[in-house]
Design a protein around this ligand. Structure first.
Ligand code: ZN
Ligand code: ZN
Length: 83
């Protein structure tokens, strides 16, 4: 019933924002919080060992109440380790 969603391929070393674009790897993070520009860099997390199915939404990216799952940034995947 749950189809597997694409795994993110890069993740910010600072704010842990996911990216699905391999071209982002080793590039500076573009996330802004107010006036603060994130100083992180997208690191390569293409190895499947970095990911497990999101336990909050069972990998569907949709929370139990029908809203987008925030735990996995609507990706269906949770990062198992940083770097
Ligand atoms: Zn960042
Ligand atoms: Zn989730």
């Amino acid at each position: 019933m749950s189809k597997q969603l694409a795994k993110p391929v890069a993740v910010c070393s600072d704010c842990i924002t996911y990216s699905f674009d391999v071209n982002d790897i080793d590039k500076p993070c573009v996330v802004k919080r107010g006036d603060y520009q994130c100083q992180g860099t997208y690191v390569d997390v293409t190895d499947p060992i970095n990911w497990k199915e999101c336990t909050a939404c069972s990998g569907t990216a949709v929370a139990f109440d029908g809203a987008s799952c925030l735990a996995c940034q609507e990706s269906g995947w949770l990062l198992t380790r940083r770097r």
